[in-house]
Design a protein. Structure first.
Length: 109
């Protein structure tokens, strides 16, 4: 297994355009981008193994919107947020106000 410093060196040597970009479909990513994602995951794992904090944020909020019941995905997302130092807030579309809802106006007496 590579050291954290070796992984960081590898990550920096790769060309990618992942910053501020959605990562939804793996087949839309370049080989360098996929390798970079895997190397970052390995670096985070190595940091945790060496008892070094992986928190990137001092505080913050990660919003999750899941339309399907997916326990593993929800748990993985919550774990990742915690690893980076973020709190989680679920947005339940069934319980949220509609953006198209009309306000209730009380008629004059």
């Amino acid at each position: 297994m590579k050291t954290v410093n070796e992984l960081i060196k590898d990550i920096n040597s790769l060309t990618s355009h992942l910053h501020e970009k959605d990562f939804l479909l793996t087949w839309e990513q370049t080989p360098d981008e996929l390798k970079q994602v895997l190397d970052v995951a390995a670096a985070l794992k190595a940091l945790r193994a060496e008892n070094i904090s992986t928190k990137v944020f001092n505080s913050g909020l990660g919003i999750s919107v899941f339309r399907d019941n997916s326990t593993r995905t929800r748990f993985s997302y919550a774990s990742a947020l915690n690893l980076l130092g973020l709190a989680q807030q679920d947005l339940d579309e069934g319980k949220s106000q509609s953006l198209t809802a009309k306000p209730c106006v009380k008629p004059p007496i």
